[in-house]
Ligand binder design. Sequence first.
Ligand SMILES: Cc1cc2nc3c(=O)[nH]c(=O)nc-3n(C[C@H](O)[C@H](O)[C@H](O)COP(=O)(O)OP(=O)(O)OC[C@H]3O[C@@H](n4cnc5c(N)ncnc54)[C@H](O)[C@@H]3O)c2cc1C
Length: 336
Amino acid sequence: MTKSNDIYGGVWVFGDYRNYFENRVTLQLIAKARSLAEKMGCETGVAVLGDDVTQFAMEYVAHGADIVLVGEHPGLKDYRVDAYTDILSEWVQFFKPTVFLAGATTFGKEFFPRLAKRLNTGLSADCVALEIDESSGLLVQTTPAWGGELLADIVTVERRPQMATVHPGVFSERPHDHAATGRIIYPEISRVAEARVEIIRSRRQKPGEMKLEDSPVVVAGGMGLRSRENFQKLSELAELLGAEVGATRPAVLAGWAEQDRMLGQTGKTVKPKLLITVGTSGALQYVTGIQGAETIVAINRDPDARIFSIADVGIVGDAGELVQRLIDSLKKRKER
Ligand SMILES: Cc1cc2nc3c(=O)[nH]c(=O)nc-3n(C[C@H](O)[C@H](O)[C@H](O)COP(=O)(O)OP(=O)(O)OC[C@H]3O[C@@H](n4cnc5c(N)ncnc54)[C@H](O)[C@@H]3O)c2cc1C
Protein backbone atom coordinates (compact mmCIF):
# COMPACT_ATOMS: atom_id res chain seq x y z
CA MET A 1 0.00 0.00 0.00
CA THR A 2 1.23 3.50 -0.67
CA LYS A 3 0.54 5.92 2.09
CA SER A 4 -1.86 8.79 1.44
CA ASN A 5 -1.15 11.73 3.69
CA ASP A 6 -4.44 13.27 2.56
CA ILE A 7 -6.43 11.20 4.99
CA TYR A 8 -3.96 11.25 7.86
CA GLY A 9 -5.93 12.45 10.85
CA GLY A 10 -9.32 11.95 9.24
CA VAL A 11 -12.64 11.26 10.95
CA TRP A 12 -13.70 7.76 9.96
CA VAL A 13 -16.98 5.89 10.06
CA PHE A 14 -17.41 2.15 9.79
CA GLY A 15 -19.67 1.42 6.80
CA ASP A 16 -22.33 -0.90 8.21
CA TYR A 17 -24.43 -1.32 5.07
CA ARG A 18 -26.45 -4.43 5.90
CA ASN A 19 -30.20 -3.74 5.80
CA TYR A 20 -29.22 -0.48 4.10
CA PHE A 21 -32.66 0.97 3.68
CA GLU A 22 -33.73 0.29 7.26
CA ASN A 23 -30.46 0.91 9.00
CA ARG A 24 -29.41 4.50 8.36
CA VAL A 25 -26.94 4.81 11.21
CA THR A 26 -23.90 4.83 8.91
CA LEU A 27 -25.39 7.76 6.97
CA GLN A 28 -26.22 9.57 10.22
CA LEU A 29 -22.64 9.09 11.37
CA ILE A 30 -21.18 10.30 8.07
CA ALA A 31 -23.13 13.55 8.49
CA LYS A 32 -21.81 13.98 12.02
CA ALA A 33 -18.28 12.92 11.02
CA ARG A 34 -18.31 15.57 8.32
CA SER A 35 -19.19 18.35 10.73
CA LEU A 36 -16.51 17.11 13.16
CA ALA A 37 -13.96 16.85 10.35
CA GLU A 38 -14.75 20.38 9.18
CA LYS A 39 -14.02 21.66 12.69
CA MET A 40 -10.80 19.63 12.85
CA GLY A 41 -9.70 20.62 9.34
CA CYS A 42 -9.49 17.05 8.04
CA GLU A 43 -11.39 14.65 5.80
CA THR A 44 -14.34 12.35 6.36
CA GLY A 45 -13.57 8.72 5.60
CA VAL A 46 -15.67 5.57 5.54
CA ALA A 47 -14.22 2.07 5.75
CA VAL A 48 -16.38 -0.63 4.21
CA LEU A 49 -15.72 -4.36 3.91
CA GLY A 50 -17.58 -7.03 1.97
CA ASP A 51 -17.94 -8.58 -1.42
CA ASP A 52 -19.18 -6.30 -4.19
CA VAL A 53 -19.73 -3.23 -2.01
CA THR A 54 -18.65 -0.41 -4.34
CA GLN A 55 -22.33 0.59 -4.73
CA PHE A 56 -22.37 1.46 -1.01
CA ALA A 57 -19.12 3.40 -1.35
CA MET A 58 -20.86 5.61 -3.93
CA GLU A 59 -23.80 6.10 -1.57
CA TYR A 60 -21.44 7.16 1.19
CA VAL A 61 -19.86 9.77 -1.08
CA ALA A 62 -23.34 11.07 -1.96
CA HIS A 63 -24.05 11.39 1.77
CA GLY A 64 -20.90 13.36 2.59
CA ALA A 65 -17.82 11.11 2.65
CA ASP A 66 -14.65 12.61 1.12
CA ILE A 67 -13.00 9.23 0.82
CA VAL A 68 -14.21 5.65 1.05
CA LEU A 69 -11.82 2.79 1.70
CA VAL A 70 -13.23 -0.37 0.21
CA GLY A 71 -12.07 -3.86 1.11
CA GLU A 72 -13.62 -6.36 -1.29
CA HIS A 73 -13.02 -10.08 -1.02
CA PRO A 74 -15.28 -13.13 -1.39
CA GLY A 75 -14.22 -14.14 2.13
CA LEU A 76 -15.80 -10.94 3.45
CA LYS A 77 -19.24 -11.61 2.02
CA ASP A 78 -20.63 -12.32 5.48
CA TYR A 79 -19.79 -10.16 8.48
CA ARG A 80 -16.98 -11.83 10.47
CA VAL A 81 -15.62 -10.23 13.57
CA ASP A 82 -12.13 -11.82 13.32
CA ALA A 83 -11.52 -10.88 9.68
CA TYR A 84 -12.97 -7.38 10.12
CA THR A 85 -10.74 -6.75 13.13
CA ASP A 86 -7.61 -7.95 11.31
CA ILE A 87 -8.19 -5.78 8.25
CA LEU A 88 -9.42 -2.63 9.95
CA SER A 89 -6.66 -2.68 12.55
CA GLU A 90 -4.13 -2.80 9.67
CA TRP A 91 -5.85 0.06 7.87
CA VAL A 92 -6.08 2.19 11.01
CA GLN A 93 -2.41 1.66 11.84
CA PHE A 94 -1.49 2.63 8.32
CA PHE A 95 -3.80 5.57 7.65
CA LYS A 96 -4.02 6.81 11.24
CA PRO A 97 -7.49 8.36 11.44
CA THR A 98 -7.87 10.44 14.58
CA VAL A 99 -11.51 9.46 15.14
CA PHE A 100 -13.28 6.22 14.24
CA LEU A 101 -17.04 5.85 14.76
CA ALA A 102 -19.49 2.99 14.36
CA GLY A 103 -23.21 2.62 14.95
CA ALA A 104 -24.13 0.88 18.20
CA THR A 105 -25.73 -1.85 16.10
CA THR A 106 -25.28 -5.57 16.75
CA PHE A 107 -22.18 -5.51 14.53
CA GLY A 108 -20.73 -2.29 15.92
CA LYS A 109 -21.24 -3.42 19.48
CA GLU A 110 -19.50 -6.71 18.82
CA PHE A 111 -16.61 -5.72 16.65
CA PHE A 112 -15.66 -2.18 17.76
CA PRO A 113 -14.60 -3.19 21.32
CA ARG A 114 -12.42 -5.91 19.81
CA LEU A 115 -10.90 -3.46 17.34
CA ALA A 116 -10.26 -0.91 20.12
CA LYS A 117 -8.52 -3.59 22.18
CA ARG A 118 -6.39 -4.62 19.20
CA LEU A 119 -5.41 -0.97 18.64
CA ASN A 120 -4.82 -0.42 22.35
CA THR A 121 -7.10 2.61 22.44
CA GLY A 122 -10.24 3.64 24.30
CA LEU A 123 -13.85 3.23 23.21
CA SER A 124 -16.99 4.97 24.47
CA ALA A 125 -20.05 2.81 23.94
CA ASP A 126 -23.55 3.92 22.99
CA CYS A 127 -22.80 7.65 22.73
CA VAL A 128 -25.70 10.06 22.54
CA ALA A 129 -23.65 13.15 21.58
CA LEU A 130 -20.24 13.94 20.06
CA GLU A 131 -18.51 17.30 19.97
CA ILE A 132 -15.05 18.76 19.58
CA ASP A 133 -13.62 20.49 22.64
CA GLU A 134 -12.43 23.81 21.25
CA SER A 135 -9.48 24.26 23.59
CA SER A 136 -7.98 20.76 23.33
CA GLY A 137 -9.34 19.69 19.94
CA LEU A 138 -10.32 16.36 21.52
CA LEU A 139 -13.51 14.49 20.71
CA VAL A 140 -15.95 14.75 23.61
CA GLN A 141 -17.92 11.50 23.67
CA THR A 142 -21.11 11.77 25.71
CA THR A 143 -22.50 8.51 26.97
CA PRO A 144 -25.02 7.56 29.68
CA ALA A 145 -23.25 6.40 32.84
CA TRP A 146 -24.21 5.01 36.24
CA GLY A 147 -27.10 3.10 34.79
CA GLY A 148 -28.14 6.16 32.83
CA GLU A 149 -28.49 8.47 35.85
CA LEU A 150 -25.71 10.67 34.49
CA LEU A 151 -24.40 11.71 31.11
CA ALA A 152 -20.62 11.35 31.14
CA ASP A 153 -18.33 13.31 28.82
CA ILE A 154 -15.35 11.12 27.92
CA VAL A 155 -12.18 12.14 26.09
CA THR A 156 -9.41 9.89 24.82
CA VAL A 157 -6.39 11.99 25.64
CA GLU A 158 -3.43 9.99 24.44
CA ARG A 159 -4.44 6.99 22.37
CA ARG A 160 -5.63 7.08 18.77
CA PRO A 161 -8.03 6.74 17.18
CA GLN A 162 -10.66 8.18 19.48
CA MET A 163 -13.31 5.49 19.08
CA ALA A 164 -17.02 5.54 19.86
CA THR A 165 -20.15 3.62 19.02
CA VAL A 166 -23.22 5.81 18.60
CA HIS A 167 -26.86 5.09 19.27
CA PRO A 168 -28.83 4.90 15.97
CA GLY A 169 -31.13 7.87 15.42
CA VAL A 170 -29.11 10.37 17.45
CA PHE A 171 -27.86 12.29 14.39
CA SER A 172 -29.61 13.15 11.13
CA GLU A 173 -28.26 12.08 7.75
CA ARG A 174 -27.50 14.62 5.02
CA PRO A 175 -29.67 14.54 1.92
CA HIS A 176 -28.41 12.36 -0.94
CA ASP A 177 -26.34 14.62 -3.24
CA HIS A 178 -25.93 13.17 -6.76
CA ALA A 179 -23.33 15.79 -7.60
CA ALA A 180 -21.07 15.07 -4.61
CA THR A 181 -17.57 13.93 -5.42
CA GLY A 182 -15.17 11.84 -3.38
CA ARG A 183 -12.45 9.28 -3.76
CA ILE A 184 -12.97 5.55 -3.55
CA ILE A 185 -9.81 3.62 -2.87
CA TYR A 186 -9.14 -0.08 -2.55
CA PRO A 187 -6.36 -0.64 -0.01
CA GLU A 188 -4.63 -3.96 -0.32
CA ILE A 189 -5.94 -6.71 1.94
CA SER A 190 -2.99 -8.80 3.03
CA ARG A 191 -5.08 -11.82 4.06
CA VAL A 192 -8.58 -12.80 5.07
CA ALA A 193 -8.48 -15.08 8.10
CA GLU A 194 -9.98 -18.56 7.72
CA ALA A 195 -13.58 -18.50 8.88
CA ARG A 196 -13.88 -20.07 12.31
CA VAL A 197 -17.65 -19.77 12.31
CA GLU A 198 -19.87 -21.16 9.59
CA ILE A 199 -23.03 -19.15 8.90
CA ILE A 200 -25.75 -21.67 8.17
CA ARG A 201 -28.69 -19.34 7.79
CA SER A 202 -29.47 -15.69 8.30
CA ARG A 203 -32.97 -14.34 8.40
CA ARG A 204 -34.26 -10.77 8.40
CA GLN A 205 -36.61 -9.71 11.17
CA LYS A 206 -40.11 -9.01 9.86
CA PRO A 207 -40.42 -5.26 9.39
CA GLY A 208 -43.45 -3.49 10.85
CA GLU A 209 -45.87 -1.39 8.84
CA MET A 210 -43.75 1.71 9.39
CA LYS A 211 -40.64 1.96 11.42
CA LEU A 212 -41.12 3.49 14.82
CA GLU A 213 -37.99 5.57 14.27
CA ASP A 214 -39.39 7.09 11.06
CA SER A 215 -42.92 7.83 12.21
CA PRO A 216 -43.80 11.55 12.37
CA VAL A 217 -46.08 10.90 15.34
CA VAL A 218 -45.33 8.57 18.26
CA VAL A 219 -47.60 7.69 21.15
CA ALA A 220 -45.58 6.20 24.00
CA GLY A 221 -46.80 4.65 27.22
CA GLY A 222 -45.41 3.74 30.59
CA MET A 223 -46.42 2.14 33.87
CA GLY A 224 -48.84 4.96 34.67
CA LEU A 225 -51.25 3.29 32.25
CA ARG A 226 -51.52 0.65 34.98
CA SER A 227 -52.86 -2.26 32.90
CA ARG A 228 -52.36 -4.05 29.60
CA GLU A 229 -55.92 -3.07 28.61
CA ASN A 230 -55.15 0.61 29.08
CA PHE A 231 -51.87 0.20 27.20
CA GLN A 232 -53.72 -1.38 24.29
CA LYS A 233 -55.79 1.79 24.01
CA LEU A 234 -52.59 3.45 22.80
CA SER A 235 -52.76 1.35 19.62
CA GLU A 236 -56.26 2.67 18.97
CA LEU A 237 -55.12 6.24 19.60
CA ALA A 238 -52.08 5.68 17.38
CA GLU A 239 -54.24 4.40 14.54
CA LEU A 240 -56.46 7.50 14.71
CA LEU A 241 -53.39 9.76 14.67
CA GLY A 242 -51.43 7.79 12.07
CA ALA A 243 -48.83 7.19 14.76
CA GLU A 244 -46.58 4.37 15.95
CA VAL A 245 -46.58 3.08 19.52
CA GLY A 246 -43.52 3.25 21.77
CA ALA A 247 -43.05 2.08 25.34
CA THR A 248 -40.86 2.50 28.39
CA ARG A 249 -38.73 -0.41 29.49
CA PRO A 250 -40.97 -1.39 32.44
CA ALA A 251 -43.98 -1.45 30.09
CA VAL A 252 -42.06 -3.82 27.80
CA LEU A 253 -40.97 -5.95 30.75
CA ALA A 254 -44.62 -6.10 31.88
CA GLY A 255 -45.42 -7.66 28.50
CA TRP A 256 -47.62 -4.74 27.41
CA ALA A 257 -45.48 -4.01 24.34
CA GLU A 258 -42.94 -5.85 22.18
CA GLN A 259 -39.25 -5.36 22.82
CA ASP A 260 -38.80 -3.53 19.49
CA ARG A 261 -41.16 -0.79 20.78
CA MET A 262 -38.89 0.18 23.64
CA LEU A 263 -37.63 3.76 23.68
CA GLY A 264 -34.60 5.08 25.48
CA GLN A 265 -31.01 4.34 26.26
CA THR A 266 -31.36 0.60 25.77
CA GLY A 267 -34.15 0.96 23.24
CA LYS A 268 -34.77 3.16 20.24
CA THR A 269 -34.25 6.87 19.67
CA VAL A 270 -37.09 8.70 17.95
CA LYS A 271 -37.36 12.25 16.63
CA PRO A 272 -40.99 12.62 15.55
CA LYS A 273 -42.76 15.90 14.97
CA LEU A 274 -45.15 15.02 17.79
CA LEU A 275 -44.64 12.64 20.70
CA ILE A 276 -47.38 11.98 23.22
CA THR A 277 -45.98 10.29 26.32
CA VAL A 278 -48.53 8.82 28.67
CA GLY A 279 -47.96 7.68 32.26
CA THR A 280 -44.18 7.91 32.07
CA SER A 281 -42.12 9.37 34.90
CA GLY A 282 -39.40 10.89 32.68
CA ALA A 283 -36.41 8.83 33.82
CA LEU A 284 -33.22 9.93 32.07
CA GLN A 285 -32.79 6.52 30.42
CA TYR A 286 -36.19 6.96 28.75
CA VAL A 287 -35.84 10.67 27.98
CA THR A 288 -32.59 9.96 26.09
CA GLY A 289 -34.69 8.22 23.44
CA ILE A 290 -37.40 10.87 23.03
CA GLN A 291 -35.80 14.25 23.65
CA GLY A 292 -35.26 14.87 19.93
CA ALA A 293 -39.04 15.07 19.32
CA GLU A 294 -40.16 18.46 18.02
CA THR A 295 -43.15 18.69 20.34
CA ILE A 296 -43.67 16.58 23.45
CA VAL A 297 -47.07 16.29 25.09
CA ALA A 298 -46.95 14.54 28.47
CA ILE A 299 -49.80 13.08 30.50
CA ASN A 300 -49.18 12.20 34.14
CA ARG A 301 -51.32 12.37 37.26
CA ASP A 302 -48.43 13.76 39.33
CA PRO A 303 -47.96 17.50 38.67
CA ASP A 304 -44.35 17.22 39.88
CA ALA A 305 -43.44 14.34 37.54
CA ARG A 306 -40.02 14.76 35.92
CA ILE A 307 -41.46 14.24 32.43
CA PHE A 308 -43.10 17.69 32.62
CA SER A 309 -39.67 19.34 32.72
CA ILE A 310 -39.03 18.30 29.10
CA ALA A 311 -42.63 18.52 27.84
CA ASP A 312 -43.93 21.37 25.68
CA VAL A 313 -47.46 20.64 26.82
CA GLY A 314 -48.23 18.96 30.13
CA ILE A 315 -51.60 17.49 31.09
CA VAL A 316 -52.22 16.43 34.69
CA GLY A 317 -54.75 13.62 34.96
CA ASP A 318 -55.42 9.91 34.83
CA ALA A 319 -53.65 8.29 31.88
CA GLY A 320 -56.26 5.65 30.99
CA GLU A 321 -59.10 8.14 31.25
CA LEU A 322 -57.39 10.85 29.19
CA VAL A 323 -56.36 8.41 26.44
CA GLN A 324 -59.97 7.25 26.22
CA ARG A 325 -61.18 10.85 25.99
CA LEU A 326 -58.70 11.58 23.22
CA ILE A 327 -59.86 8.49 21.31
CA ASP A 328 -63.50 9.47 21.69
CA SER A 329 -62.98 13.04 20.54
CA LEU A 330 -60.83 12.00 17.55
CA LYS A 331 -63.49 9.49 16.52
CA LYS A 332 -66.17 12.17 16.77
CA ARG A 333 -64.11 14.49 14.61
CA LYS A 334 -63.68 11.79 12.00
CA GLU A 335 -67.42 11.14 11.93
CA ARG A 336 -68.16 14.79 11.23
C1 LIG B 1 -29.14 0.62 32.79
C2 LIG B 1 -30.57 1.04 32.65
C3 LIG B 1 -31.06 1.25 31.40
C4 LIG B 1 -32.39 1.63 31.23
N1 LIG B 1 -32.87 1.83 29.96
C5 LIG B 1 -34.14 2.25 29.80
C6 LIG B 1 -34.67 2.51 28.51
O1 LIG B 1 -33.99 2.38 27.49
N2 LIG B 1 -35.94 2.92 28.42
C7 LIG B 1 -36.75 3.10 29.51
O2 LIG B 1 -37.92 3.48 29.37
N3 LIG B 1 -36.29 2.84 30.74
C8 LIG B 1 -35.01 2.42 30.92
N4 LIG B 1 -34.56 2.16 32.17
C9 LIG B 1 -35.54 2.26 33.28
C10 LIG B 1 -35.74 3.70 33.74
O3 LIG B 1 -34.77 4.03 34.71
C11 LIG B 1 -37.12 3.90 34.38
O4 LIG B 1 -37.27 2.96 35.41
C12 LIG B 1 -38.28 3.76 33.39
O5 LIG B 1 -38.10 4.58 32.26
C13 LIG B 1 -39.57 4.17 34.08
O6 LIG B 1 -40.66 3.72 33.30
P1 LIG B 1 -42.11 4.36 33.48
O7 LIG B 1 -42.00 5.83 33.31
O8 LIG B 1 -43.02 3.58 32.61
O9 LIG B 1 -42.49 3.93 34.97
P2 LIG B 1 -42.46 4.71 36.32
O10 LIG B 1 -41.14 5.31 36.60
O11 LIG B 1 -43.02 3.79 37.33
O12 LIG B 1 -43.45 5.94 36.12
C14 LIG B 1 -44.82 5.83 36.03
C15 LIG B 1 -45.39 7.24 36.01
O13 LIG B 1 -46.78 7.18 35.81
C16 LIG B 1 -47.42 8.08 36.67
N5 LIG B 1 -48.75 7.53 36.95
C17 LIG B 1 -49.10 6.55 37.84
N6 LIG B 1 -50.38 6.30 37.75
C18 LIG B 1 -50.89 7.14 36.83
C19 LIG B 1 -52.17 7.35 36.31
N7 LIG B 1 -53.24 6.63 36.72
N8 LIG B 1 -52.33 8.30 35.37
C20 LIG B 1 -51.28 9.05 34.94
N9 LIG B 1 -50.03 8.88 35.38
C21 LIG B 1 -49.84 7.93 36.33
C22 LIG B 1 -46.56 8.21 37.89
O14 LIG B 1 -46.75 9.49 38.48
C23 LIG B 1 -45.17 8.02 37.31
O15 LIG B 1 -44.60 9.29 37.00
C24 LIG B 1 -33.24 1.79 32.35
C25 LIG B 1 -32.71 1.59 33.63
C26 LIG B 1 -31.40 1.22 33.78
C27 LIG B 1 -30.87 1.03 35.16
